[in-house]
Design a protein around this ligand. Sequence first.
Ligand code: 2P0
Length: 332
Amino acid sequence: MLTKSEFVKQILGPQSLMISEAITAFAPANIALVKYWGKRDSELNLPVTDSLSIDLGDLGTETSIEYSPDGRDYVILNGNVLDLNDPFAVKVINFIDLFRDAISNYRTGLVIITNNNIPTGAGVASSASGFAALTKTLDKYFDLRLTDRELSLLANLGSGSASRSIFKGFVYRHAGTDPDGMDSYSEPLPYTWPELKIGLITVSAKAKRVSSREGMERTVATSPLYKQWPQQVKEDMEKMLSAIKEKDFELLGSTAENNALAMHRCIQSSVPPINYFEPETVAIINKVQEQRKNGLPLYLTIDAGPNVKLLYLEQDEEKVKSQFPDMRVVNR
Ligand code: 2P0
C-alpha cells in the first residue's frame, strides 16, 4: 500500500525544477448523478464505488500560483489572506507539499490565490473545483505535463469529487481495484446533452453539520443499509449510461433522484444517525414529486447538505421557474 507521498512521486516521476511565471487555471464544480459515498482506502482517498457527474459550467474555481518573494507561503481565498492555521489553508498547503516533496524537496514559498465564482449560498461545494483547479495550476507551474488522467488521480487526494472536476461534461469516475489506486481515475464521456438543465435551490448556506469524510466513515461502519449501496450504484451506473446515450430524460432523472435518496437513506440509518436535510429540503422533495404527478418532467438530486439541485429539460424551464422562483439556473 502506498502513502499519499509515494503515490504522488510515482505519478510525477523524476522531476527537475522548472518554475514558471504566475500561472492560473480554472476547474468547474460538478454534481454527481450517481453518487460517491464511502472510501475503500482512507490514506489514498479511494472510493468504494464508481460515480458519474456533470459539470456546472462556469461555476467553479480559478486558482493562481506565484513565487513568494519573501519565501513564505500565502493562501488567499476570495481576496482574504488566510491564517496558515485556517483549516482550508492547511489542506491547501498539505496538498502542495505532496508536490514539493516529489520535486526534489522543493521548499520555496508559494502564493496561492483561489477565487470561487460559485455564488456564496448557492449550495454547491467548492472543494471539487478547488482541488481540481489547484492540481491543474500545480501541473502548469512546475511544468509537469501530466495527462488529464494523472491530474484526476492527483486531484482525488484533495477531495474525491475533485477527480471528476478535471473534466467538463459527463464524467465517469472509476473506483478501481488496485490497492495502489492507479486505476481509480476519472474520464469524460463522449456525449453531450445541451437541453439538460440544472437548477440550484439553496435551503441553507451554512457549513454542513458533519463533513463528508466523517459522514462516509460513519455510514460505512454502521449503516445496515450500506451493504446494498455498491449493488445499487452498479445498477444505477448502467441505467445512467444508457439514459445519457439514448437521451432518455425520464431514465436519467429517475435514476439520479433514486440514487440520491438511497444515499441519504444509508446516511440517515448510520449510528448515531446523520441527517443532512432541513425541513425545507423535505418540502421541496415533496413538491418536486407532486409536480411530476401533475405531468411536469422534473427530478432532483441532493449532496451531503440540505440544498436541492433540480434536473429538467430546457423546454420546461419556464414552468419549473414558476414553481421554484428561487431556483438559480446553471449556465452550461
Ligand atoms: C459526490 N459527495 O459524489 C458525493 C455525493 C457528496 C455527496 O463527493 O472526503 O468532498 O473529500 O473525498 O468529495 C463530497 O465529498 O469527499 C462528495 P472527500 P468530497 O459528489
